[in-house]
Design a protein around this ligand. Structure first.
Ligand code: SAM
Length: 221
């Protein structure tokens, strides 16, 4: 068992994963393939890198949300790491998840936390049978090619006064002038909370102290 763990820890493909995570994966097909091929080791690797964005996001939700979100949409849910945390505090909620990686969704399904899982690009629109009180997108704003599309989709999927929680890398935040992106949403969303930069992958050498994330909570008007 010990040997197997070591074998995975130093597997070169996982080291390569860190490199491309940092510099960008490519187009949607490449991103999908990348996460498909990582899916079996994803939870293990993220645990090794001490990925805590899901737990930190939950702390924010607990503090800021006044009403229980009965219907939740977890965009780019991957293998379900955030879904697991959501289910711990919102046991009675119906959680929908979506992702482009079919293989990650297969792993998410095995966790038995999602009511429905949909294999779709978050920039495409989807006709969900319901509106949501809460939408999340943790660890995936990096892959957004059009902020207009993602924010217009979330606005349409949310109920009035519904919330959207997401994380975004600090290096990309600066490069993309993300403060301005948030300001441009002011007719549709109120900014409820923006965290200070916090650790993203503290035990990954490429990210460590260099690249952090902010967590953002928006409320739809
Ligand atoms: C770093 S993982 C985060 C997964 C999960 N939210 C978590 O916190 O562990 C990024 C996820 O975004 C998904 N993804 C990337 N681009 C996407 C897109 N355009 N549409 C839907 N999912 C996407 C990937 O397949 C991957 O599962």
């Amino acid at each position: 068992m010990k040997l197997k763990i070591l074998e995975i820890e130093y597997h070169p493909s996982i080291m390569d994963k860190a490199k491309s995570l940092l510099s960008g994966i490519g187009n949607i097909k490449q991103t999908q393939k990348y996460y498909d091929s990582w899916s079996n080791h994803y939870d293990f690797t993220l645990d090794k890198w001490k990925y805590t964005a899901p737990k930190k996001s939950i702390i924010i939700l607990k503090k800021k949300l006044k009403n229980y979100p009965h219907r939740i949409l977890d965009l780019a849910c991957g293998t379900g790491l955030f879904g697991v945390e959501l289910k711990k505090i919102y046991r009675n909620s119906q959680i929908y998840g979506s992702d482009i990686s079919k293989k990650s969704l297969k792993i998410a399904k095995e966790k038995n936390i999602y009511k429905k899982l949909i294999n779709i690009n978050f920039e495409k629109t989807f006709n969900y049978e319901t509106k949501f009180e809460l939408i999340s997108m943790i660890g995936a704003m990096t892959y957004c090619k059009s902020f207009d599309k993602i924010f217009s989709n979330t606005k349409n999927y949310l109920k009035k006064k519904g919330h959207f929680i997401f994380s975004h890398r600090t290096d990309l935040w600066d490069k993309q002038n993300f403060d301005e992106v948030l300001r441009s949403l002011k007719l549709d969303f109120k900014i409820n909370y923006i965290s200070r930069p916090c650790n993203y992958l503290p035990l990954n050498n490429d990210f460590k102290n260099k690249i952090k994330i902010r967590l953002v909570l928006l409320e739809k008007y």
